[in-house]
Design a protein around this ligand. Structure first.
Ligand code: CMP
Length: 139
């Protein structure tokens, strides 16, 4: 089915000037960028976004990393977009990611792992709504 999913190009990628390269890899996988904006998240925004991880030992580091520089938040559209995006991203830990994936090719570490992608269609909707108004998404 035609789906939308949510993606973040993380601070390690914007710092290394990889916004275009990451976007090209998403597009090459058949995903369309139907919304995109570069933002510098506030601490409150990052804490809210990663709220499900609040009790995890890496939560504070993760929030600190996500506000360490600009990010690019995007809405991706395509057939089975949620699964397709997860496939092109590769495993959370770049050491475990398949060859040719974004994280295997570009990520620095499990924390500085270049991209975030929604893990389900349900969470995709929640995450898209967290950063975008309907008028900002142009299919
Ligand atoms: P992301 O898909 O954005 O969702 C949660 C993030 O936590 C994950 O990518 C990683 O960047 C980060 N993270 C840092 N340490 C860990 C860890 N030990 N296990 C899982 N995620 C981690």
């Amino acid at each position: 089915a035609l789906e939308r999913t949510f993606s973040i190009i993380k601070p390690d990628a914007t710092r290394r000037n990889l916004t275009g390269k990451v976007t090209a890899m998403l597009e090459d996988a058949g995903l369309r960028i139907v919304a995109s904006k570069r933002i510098h998240m506030t601490k409150e925004q990052a804490e809210g976004f990663y709220g499900v991880h609040r009790e995890r030992p890496f939560f504070n580091d993760l929030v600190g990393f996500m506000i360490s520089g600009p990010v690019v938040v995007q809405v991706l559209e395509g057939e089975n977009a949620v699964a397709k995006n997860r496939e092109v991203m590769g495993a959370t830990n770049p050491a475990n990611a398949d060859e040719g994936t974004i994280r295997k090719t570009l990520a620095e570490s499990i924390e500085a792992n270049t991209v975030h992608g929604s893990d389900s269609l349900e969470n995709a909707k929640i995450e898209i709504d967290y950063f975008f108004s309907p008028a900002e998404i142009v299919g």
